[in-house]
Ligand binder design. Structure first.
Ligand code: PMP
Length: 416
């Protein structure tokens, strides 16, 4: 009997959680992201938060939406409030194919699996492909939620650097060669080609075919995450990687940035061969995505000028991007550099040597400005001279004030 008892807690930390001995090994990689930890302080009203990535929903037509929600219940309530298929509502999957066509993708609705946000797509794809110790190649820096999924399945991340044209193909090739020579198994390249989170850069169109080619040569799948693709400030779109290599690209899409993040509706467009496994993975995770929310999205797309709505969002974000870039130009001390996004939500700033953005953060919050320090966007501790600034949510005036405060903190840090 006694030998089966969990061993006694050894340290004070273990004493805090009596279940410590029971957790699965995979939970070791599950730690609160630096960004989440920041949320509480950064959301105090006196702090200008340039830290979070919350979409600005103010332009949404709430009256229209409220009428539509009531109509769904009145006309189709017993379907809307019932379980549905793990695959997703068929009409929405057709509409999703029309949206993806804007970026050159020809897809069959059967190959679309609706998810609870694209975050669930990331989780499912990692679950399907990664055993512990497998390698995922990702841009450095990369999306913090993706790094969380990779860690949760004990995949190892190898970062590949970007320049202002996005992921650098020659560095991708080197990383693949190096990793394979070390006997490691690379499962996929995870990439955010458009208006990158957090780097704010877009993969040059000329590089896209080369990157697909390199991945094919190495037998590596591509996971293309594209929540910001329709948020190019001039209305520009780029050909999706998926559009030219449908058999080797898993595409992740989302309504979070183009409609409403709280509805949690996203999708995965899988290569045809992967579709069935993906539906099974979705079924075991959630049985089905919320029928009601899918019907809200579907009706909105069918009855509302959603492209006009995206244009409003874009204009709103463009004004904020302009405010941020001009404030950075005006206030940031010499030696800082930053990316210049043409769409999306984020600017990636590099500060002078000697400044550690993670160590500086509490002082910035005291000075009533918050940002996301760079280390959270790397799996390997890099990024201490970087930070992500989001311009999506605060007003242009608040953005200017936030950057002014940040510059003052940076200056005093550089004097130390
Ligand atoms: N991928 C990227 C690059 C993102 O920035 C985000 C949201 N911040 C997601 C995925 C997750 O989005 P969703 O709300 O669809 O889960």
């Amino acid at each position: 009997m006694t030998e089966n008892r969990p061993s006694k807690p050894q340290s004070g930390r273990q004493n805090l959680d009596p279940h410590l001995e029971r957790y699965a090994a995979r939970t070791a990689g599950m730690t609160a992201s630096e960004i989440r930890a920041l949320f509480a302080v950064a959301s105090r009203p006196e702090v200008v938060s340039l830290a979070g990535g919350m979409p600005n929903l103010a332009a949404l037509p709430l009256d229209t939406l409220s009428a539509q929600v009531a109509e769904i219940i009145a006309e189709d309530g017993l379907v809307a409030l019932q379980y549905g298929s793990a695959h997703g509502v068929p009409v929405l999957r057709e509409q999703i194919c029309e949206i993806m066509a804007l970026e050159g993708i020809k897809a069959h609705p059967d190959d679309v699996v609706v998810t609870v946000g694209s975050q669930m797509g990331l989780d499912m794809v990692t679950r399907l492909f990664c055993d512990p110790g497998d390698v995922v190649i990702a841009e450095g820096p990369s999306y913090v939620g993706a790094l969380g999924s990779f860690a949760a399945y004990q995949a190892q991340v190898v970062h590949v650097a970007m320049d202002d044209q996005g992921l650098v193909p020659s560095l991708l090739r080197e990383a693949l060669d190096r990793t394979e020579k070390a006997g490691r198994r690379v499962k996929f390249l995870y990439t955010i080609p458009n208006f990158h989170n957090p780097a704010g850069v877009t993969l040059a169109v000329e590089r896209r075919a080369e990157i697909l080619e390199i991945c094919r040569e190495h037998g590596v799948l591509v996971v293309e995450d594209n929540p910001y693709g329709l948020l190019g400030f001039d209305g520009q779109t780029y050909p999706a990687l998926r559009s030219t290599d449908p058999d080797n690209v898993v595409y992740l899409g989302s309504f979070s940035k183009t409609f409403a993040s709280g509805l949690r509706v996203g999708w995965v467009l899988a290569p045809h061969a992967v579709r069935e496994k993906l539906v099974l993975a979705a079924e075991s995770a959630t049985l089905c995505p919320p029928t009601f929310n899918q019907m809200i999205v579907s009706r909105y797309l069918a009855t509302h000028d959603w492209k006009g709505q995206i244009k409003k969002f874009r204009e709103n974000y463009r004004d904020r991007r302009d405010a941020m870039l001009s404030a950075l130009e005006q206030y940031l001390p010499a030696g800082c550099s930053w990316t210049k996004p043409d769409g999306g939500f984020y600017v990636w700033v590099t500060v002078p040597e000697g400044v550690d953005t993670k160590a500086m953060l509490p002082r910035a919050v005291t000075a009533r400005v918050a940002y996301a320090s760079g280390t959270g966007f790397y799996a390997d501790g890099f990024g201490s001279r970087q930070m992500r600034l989001s311009y999506c949510y605060p007003t242009p005036e608040r953005i200017r004030e936030g950057v002014r405060r940040l510059a003052a903190v940076l200056e005093s840090e550089m004097d130390l």
